[in-house]
Structures are given as structure tokens and as C-alpha cells.
Write a protein that binds this ligand. Structure first.
Ligand code: ADP
Length: 299
């Protein structure tokens, strides 16, 4: 197991920021750590990287306890902190060499890293002259310098424009293939775009931990159906496995079934038996976004 977090709690004074968090991450998996602002994402990440001690609980990275083997842990973790603090008056190569020095690296392969992170066209510049997208590349390059097995990326795409966003997501996906990546974000689409798994945290507690493919095979389904005439909800209740019905507009209904089996044929039969015509009939996706909103009660 690359990262094992067991019953971790964290207090800042009397305020509890994390409440008994447990999860395990495997190599080759990109996990989205998703939650609203203040949920506890950065706190958890700082604990995994050894920058902050937990109030209770145990975290191991590659089998090393973060409180007992801090140095070993930092050798196997690459960390891109929130807001990516960089030395703006340094040149790109200078900054990466400086970071290599911090890791006591004798022969860092900086040119190779510059190529891999797409920094080549801007590598001759001072960091202050770079766009936000390129600054994130420098931050990622610095996190990757010592070829860590684990990458902890705190809000790596915040503040990027749409093109930069796509580029950085691609880069994270590529470099993440061989590593264990934990990436925090408050944007659901981000997780859908790059992650294999989503851990949703709210008020310091895990409220969901799911693989993205599991989310796609939800055990419920919502059908949106429009008839050519008004239908009594009581009549629609006769359909099998119905849990809820909502009349959205005029003759349009959203019907929630408690099964993943395709219920559209049943709705067709219902319309036929009742002399109705179907003007539209669609499955509504159960998205990560709806799960996130339901679980964290964001409206
Ligand atoms: P997120 O990264 O999900 O936005 P944080 O981990 O930054 O959440 O914060 C979790 C909670 O802990 C918040 O209520 C925040 O105000 C509080 N907090 C974070 N850092 C500190 C600190 N250094 N001192 C006191 N409270 C803090």
C-alpha cells in the first residue's frame, strides 16, 4: 500500500479539522480528494507529507510511519502545495537545481524533467515572467525532481484558464500513470476528467469513497419522460420499482427507479396501455456532481 491513513484526527486548538479519517491508496491510481472549502483537504495533505502532525491516528507512506520516519517519507513524496509557492526571481533551471540541492541530488536530470513537463519553450525565463500555467508546470517539475512514488497535489489547477487547465490535467494523467497520486479539488469535473477514484470529504469526515466506474454503474436510475398528455402521478406509481416522481414541466416527468435495469421498455408499455404517446424518453446520468451536492449539501 503506498499510502495508508488510519483513523486520523486533527485539532487546531479546540477546532476539529479532521475526524477519524481512514483510506488506503494503491500505486497507479489517481485519487481525487474532493470537498468544499474548509473541508479539511489541505490539512490531510500536509499530514501525509509530514509537514503537520496528526492529533491522533497513523499515516504510513510506503510502509514508513510519517511521524517516525519523516525523512524517508519526504524522499518518497512529491508535494505541490496550495498556491504553489515559488521563488519568482529565480530562473526555471536555477529553481529546479536549487530544489535538487534540497534533496541532496548529485546529478539531477533537469533537462529531461523540463522536457517531460512541457517547460522547454519557457525554461530560459525567470519564474516571474511565466504564465500561471507554466508556473504550475515548474511546481510539478519540482515535485517530480526526486522521482517520488507518491504525488500529493493540492488544488493543482486552481486559477488556470481553460487551455492551461486541459494541458495540466493531461500532464498529471501522464506523470501519474506510474505513481500514486492524491489530488485535491473542489471541482467535480476535475475528478471526472482525471481521476480513477473519488474520496469526498466534508466537515473533516469522509462522506464517500468510490471508484469512478462504480459511480457510472449506479444502483438507481432517473428517466425523463414527456407524454403528449397529462398523466396522474398515481397512475405512474403503478410502474414497477418506482421510488419518486416529479412533474417538471407540463407533461414532462422525472421518475426515479430503485434499479439499474433499463426501465424504458416498461415506460413504453405503460404509455401504450394508457393510450399515451411518448414525445421524449431519456436516462438522466447519476453524476459525481449530483452525488457531491447531495453529500455536501451545496445548493
Ligand atoms: P480545505 O483544504 O478543504 O479548504 P483546510 O484543511 O484548509 O480545508 O481547513 C480545514 C479547517 O481547518 C477549516 O475550518 C480551517 O479554517 C481550519 N484550519 C486550517 N488551517 C488552520 C490553522 N493553521 N489554524 C487554525 N485553523 C485552521
Amino acid at each position: 500500500m503506498s499510502i495508508a491513513v488510519s483513523e486520523v484526527s486533527k485539532y487546531y486548538g479546540s477546532q476539529q479539522a479532521l475526524q477519524s479519517i481512514t483510506f488506503h491508496l494503491k500505486k497507479g491510481e489517481i485519487t481525487g480528494f474532493l470537498g468544499p472549502n474548509g473541508a479539511g483537504k489541505s490539512t490531510m495533505m500536509k499530514i501525509i507529507t509530514g509537514y503537520l502532525a496528526p492529533s491522533s491516528g497513523v499515516v504510513t507512506v510506503n510502509g514508513f510511519d510519517i511521524t517516525k520516519h519523516r525523512k524517508k517519507v519526504q524522499e518518497s513524496v512529491g508535494y505541490l502545495p496550495e498556491n504553489n509557492p515559488l521563488y519568482l526571481d529565480m530562473y526555471v533551471r536555477e529553481y529546479l537545481k536549487f530544489n535538487a540541492g534540497l534533496h541532496n541530488m548529485k546529478n539531477p536530470s533537469i533537462e529531461d524533467l523540463i522536457t517531460r513537463t512541457g517547460l522547454t519553450p519557457e525554461a530560459h525565463k525567470k519564474i516571474e515572467a511565466l504564465s500561471k500555467g507554466y508556473r504550475q508546470r515548474v511546481g510539478l517539475a519540482a515535485a517530480l525532481l526526486h522521482d517520488p512514488e507518491v504525488l500529493i497535489l493540492d488544488e493543482p489547477t486552481t486559477g488556470l484558464d481553460p487551455n492551461q487547465l486541459v494541458d495540466i490535467r493531461k500532464l498529471i494523467k501522464t506523470v501519474g500513470r506510474e505513481k500514486t497520486v492524491l489530488l485535491s479539488t473542489h471541482i467535480m469535473q476535475e475528478v471526472e476528467a482525471i481521476c480513477d477514484r473519488a474520496i469526498i470529504i466534508d466537515h473533516g469526515m469522509i462522506v464517500a469513497d468510490k471508484r469512478l466506474d462504480e459511480l457510472k454503474d449506479a444502483k438507481e436510475q432517473v428517466l425523463v419522460v414527456e407524454f403528449d398528455y397529462r398523466v396522474e402521478e398515481m397512475a405512474l406509481q403503478q410502474l414497477p420499482r418506482v421510488m419518486a416522481i416529479k412533474n417538471t414541466t407540463r407533461f414532462c416527468y422525472e421518475i426515479l427507479f430503485d434499479t439499474a435495469k433499463d426501465m424504458r421498455p416498461m415506460v413504453f408499455d405503460f404509455a401504450y396501455d394508457n393510450g399515451l404517446k411518448i414525445l421524449q424518453l431519456n436516462k438522466k446520468n447519476t453524476t459525481l456532481e449530483s452525488l457531491f451536492q447531495e453529500l455536501t449539501k451545496i445548493t
